[in-house]
Design a protein around this ligand. Structure first.
Ligand code: FMN
Length: 279
């Protein structure tokens, strides 16, 4: 059966690194497949207004933009390849505009759950990739996709990300993971979500800021010893459903119950404000 692959390109450049990497990854899948591409910046995404209307059963986000167009394309696909360039140490903003609509998107977890996905970050300079890959992985896991591989590819100039053989091999193995075995976590990464960023709320204790994985960290003969403790639960299906379909609904109800008390606080700040507007 022909598999449908959806390639999401967050770069605006023509034949961008992200675009050619998606094409190379797709070519390595080794099954009958059809690749359809969407340039995310060509879609219209409005910023979330925090109205919570999407929490009402069967109610859609009231913003009129391309959110549901993209959601439907993701639902139709058998596998997703997402690529995004690193801009200012994080993923290009279009991915955040989409990711911020998580409350609407999380109402569709059952339909999206477990859909295979691989993620390609592109960055110009080694060491300048910032939080790009962790944020992209979190976006995908938040909507229930099964992230099978994720990697940052380096190269500032368009085409440069595929100049060397190592990158070519890495993108091919990433492509093969889409419908194959997921890769294992790499040293320094969170074993649950693969983020490579950590917080250290206490000495010798690390917490993954994305999924909540905990670890005790101690100096050892070979450097640093990481003893992973409680697994990060945030991206598990029941945890996502509990947060986005139950807890948030309770918060909306709670706001209704406490509206008077909270309005008294807020109304102290109501006044003749000077808002600067673009005319
Ligand atoms: C506005 C802007 C900001 C950038 N910021 C970073 C950065 O913080 N770190 C980095 O390594 N590269 C940065 N780059 C370089 C791109 O990530 C790099 O050129 C990458 O190959 C772009 O991928 P693409 O060809 O798929 O668009 C930036 C590029 C632009 C245009």
């Amino acid at each position: 059966m022909m598999k449908r692959i959806l390639g999401l390109v967050a770069s605006q450049r023509k034949l961008a690194n992200g675009e050619i990497l998606i094409k190379e990854a797709a070519a390595s899948i080794g099954e009958e497949f059809e690749v359809e591409l969407i340039k995310l910046p060509e879609l219209n995404f409005q910023p979330c207004k925090a109205c919570y209307a999407c929490l009402v059963p069967d109610q859609r986000c009231p913003l009129t933009d391309d959110l549901y167009f993209l959601l439907d394309r993701i639902k139709e696909a058998d596998g997703i390849i997402l690529s995004a360039p690193c801009y200012a140490l994080g993923p290009a903003a279009i991915t955040k505009l989409f990711g911020d609509r998580i409350i609407s998107l999380a109402q569709h977890l059952d339909e999206l759950w477990g859909k295979p996905c691989v993620i390609i970050g592109t960055a110009g300079i080694k060491g300048w990739e910032g939080y790009t890959l962790s944020a992209l992985i979190a976006n995908a896991r938040f909507i229930g996709l099964n992230v099978k591989d994720a990697h940052m590819f380096m190269g500032a100039l368009p085409g440069e990300s595929l100049v060397n053989q190592r990158s070519l091999e890495r993108i091919r193995s990433l492509g093969a993971s889409l419908f194959g075995e997921p890769r294992q976590f790499e040293e320094g990464q969170c074993p649950t979500c693969w983020s490579d960023l950590w917080k250290f709320p206490e000495p010798n204790h690390a917490v993954c800021p994305f999924c909540g994985q905990e670890a005790d960290v101690h100096p050892s003969e070979n450097g640093v010893q990481w003893d992973f403790g409680l697994a990060g639960r945030r991206f598990e299906k029941h945890a996502l459903k509990e947060h986005f379909q139950v807890w948030l609904v309770e918060q909306v109800r709670e706001f209704g119950n406490r509206r008077k008390e909270l309005s008294e606080i807020r109304n102290r700040y109501k006044g003749q404000d000077k808002w600067i507007k673009q005319s």
